[in-house]
Design a protein around this ligand. Sequence first.
Ligand SMILES: *Cc1c(COP(=O)(O)O)cnc(C)c1O
Length: 279
Amino acid sequence: MVPMNLLSADATADYLVTGVWSTKAADEAKKIGKVHIAATTKAEQFTRIPRAEEIVLSRGAAYVHMTSNNTIYGTQWKTLPDVGDTPLVSDTSSDMFSRPIDVARHALIYAGAQKNMGPAGVTVVIIRDDLLARSAASLPVMLSYAVHAENRSLYNTPPVFAIYMLGLVSRWLIGQGGLDGIAAVNERKAGKLYAEIDRSGFYRGTAQTESRSLMNVTFRLPSEELEKQFIKDAENAGLDGLKGHRSVGGIRASIYNAFPEAGVDALAHFMREFERRHG
Ligand SMILES: *Cc1c(COP(=O)(O)O)cnc(C)c1O
């Protein structure tokens, strides 16, 4: 929808490619207009976020697209890239509402609700007014941000149950001290797992330290055999869903907002015990 609304056949959009989702986003944009890869860490297996000096923007780009958190590689942008006057578009699906977000520095933010905000079926979009005017009138109405904004997201019947749940989650978040409150919890949760990873060298974090995600903690063991054993023993201990994405292997602990800190403590304890037995 982003390129359909903001890009035209003869214009260029800049993409910061940091993993699977941003690669897919750039591929979709190529169907609509020209795409310039402004930075990518693909050559380093997406183990880090590009540094500021590696980003080469094109002149007059329609927008710059980024993905704030990369679930498969366990990396996350810690500061927003400086894109000057070019509209910044961010897919924040996997870390929305996990920390404060500088909305004013974005032109468009989009996030599927299903990781941090509520049930699948609803996507939150925050779009700057001046970008709405760029939505092509020739677009099918359901794909036009302008139509959804003009109709206050009620052009058709939206997924009301998912929206209601998102409202309840938002209230819960306010009770946690808002985004500052949940960010502190998320720092603490992720910190406990990274501390286990860094403690002895038995576990090896796959993301470079300065790019580590607070949502997805990815790591390897000394062998694939031990990784299989780790996943199996963890399941028996009640710790499920630790298998890394099939494209990269290894272990991935996804610790979104809803994942309790007690679960993180249980995993940290399990990691220590596993290392004691197999290290
Ligand atoms: C999870 C995710 C999506 C959406 O994927 P689903 O398969 O619909 O859950 C899109 N972008 C990013 C950055 C994601 O992390």
